[in-house]
Design a protein. Sequence first.
Length: 708
Amino acid sequence: MSEIDSTVRYTKADYRATMQTLTEGAILAVVVVLIFLRDLRATAISVLAIPLSILPTFWVMDLIGFSLNAVSLLAITLVTGILVDDAIVEIENIVRHIRMGKSPYRAALQAADEIGLAVVATTMTIVAMFVPVSFMGGIAGQYFKQFGLTVAVAVMFSLLVARLITPLLAAYLLRDPEHHAEGQGSIMRHYVRVLEWSLRHRFVTLALAALVFLGSLVVAGSLSHGFLPTNDLSRSVLQIELPPGSTIADTAATTDRITALLDKRPEVRSVYVTGGAAGANGLSVTAGDVRKATIIVGLVARSDRSHDQKAFEHDMRATLSTIPDIRYSFGNGGGGREFTLILSGPDGAAVEQAALALERDARQNVSVLANVVSTVALARPEIRILPRLEEAADLGISGTQIAEVARIAMIGDISAHLAKFSAIDRQVPIRVQLDERARGDLSTLDMLRIKAKTGTVPLATVADVAFGEGPTTIERYDGRRRVAIEADLVGNTPLGEAIGQVMALPSARNLPAGVTIARFGDSEIMEEVFSSFSLAIAAGVLMVLAVLVLLFADAMHPITIIFSMPLSIGGAVLALLLTGNAINLSAIIGFLMLMGIVTKNAILLVDFAITEVASGVERTKALIEAGRKRAQPVIMTTAAMTAGMVPSALGLGEGGAFRSPMAIALIGGLLASTFLSLVVVPAAFTVMDDAGRMLGRKLSRFIGPKDE
């Protein structure tokens, strides 16, 4: 006995690839920390945050009922670089104090106290961004829930490690016998000169930042939109349909021919055919149409193939097009088509005419779609029995009796009315029906007997029996007649691009009165994702602002920190554009994560500047000193996070296509935000500080004296 088909194979491969990516990301993060700190002891203390944060996260995931699925594992993978952030900030500050001549014990105490608020604030902004979003409704909310809560739990444990364990280990394990002083390299001198210029021309700096943000919105508008990135499941679902009137023998012959063609392909590992299946994946046990079949094609592992799944399906379309009298389509992994639009209206004929026109228009003019078909029911032969109601009423025969006679003749009576053959351990129903050849003989049907008031009469006495044709099913959408336009996407075409091209067709813009187009399947979920995205961003930003106001006990400087969020968008969308990725669900989760972590740079700068100003340092000097002292931890944490996400961005292994857009958006946004924040945030700080003082003077008469 051998396994025919299984979806678990891909799940296991995805798990192995994710764990490999997690390990590679952790190693790269360690290397980056070592390069910057140049101290094995400090590096070991920082990197200890990764296992001490991830392992308890698995425990909490088990408590709240999460599994190790693609979304939660992706969260763990991408958060690897973030987990060392807090520890890096702590250890870098401790090392800086040690190099100022302090003992490791004294340096750990003072440095941890100095950086404490910034570390707590950076972590809480991530939590504030993701926890509210995790409780969104809909299908998109299920993705955000698993991802967001996993990230929030992991960074909370990293905060505990950074605040409790990192200073403790640093106090007793770090050594600096030489007590060398800090130097200032050429890169730092150039940065300080740029920072001084931005502070002297703060409004010009903010105007340039605004132009960068507007440009990023223009670039974002040029990107395509999709639901999920194209993934290689090593499993194709092929659905075929023969013309009306085809028999099960015709279906078997056609599927045998297709199976023979598939067996010649080196990528094919197994072929499983279910004839007459009603289930989309061929696993349904319900009765289906004998002229339809589902073929499950198992492919060898992606590493053993020269072509991905999409390329294989593209090649097979050319082969299948040589087989006459069949409709065929490849499913999207869940059984449905990749592209689906619904036309609905009160008039069935108008809906069908509009659907046929749109199908023809899309097939001829939309090159990014393949196998465009409509679900307009094909007319198939049928026998129609039309009761003559007046004559039937004279004989005391109802329409129900006529229907019952026809049903029993064609398919037999229901089980409750059937005679039973008593076997030893069970009763076997005896179903009686007309011979198959007699069912198509009108003269035989005319002579079927119906019970009347005066005895029995032939069916022909009260009804007309004739051949005709008509649909086998009538589908409705919200109570209205509906027809679907379905197609496969060519290559890696984003779903949003295909929908845009179809909606621009003349047949879609000039629909008959009462006929409307609605999105369905992946396109419907995609629309829900993008409509929820703005709400999710707004809710997250408000929560981040509330947390920062509480932590800093100030209303103006948190706005300075929020100002760093839009600076990251340009880098994210530019990275997606350069790598040819669309804005899809994976990228959107990346944008949400980006909004939570880019505030880190601004928090480090603003916190240091506030502390220096409070101690009596002039504001400009305090901001320049903040840039000089906080530039290294800002760049270190960004480099560590970027290094941890590089394996995910490469998209290697099973499930890599889903991880890649998210990591690419995060890397691009982090890099852009880091370099822009170091220059723009200090300029924004001065503007908001002046605005706060002006408001203070204006509102001081409404506020009572404050006790010192």
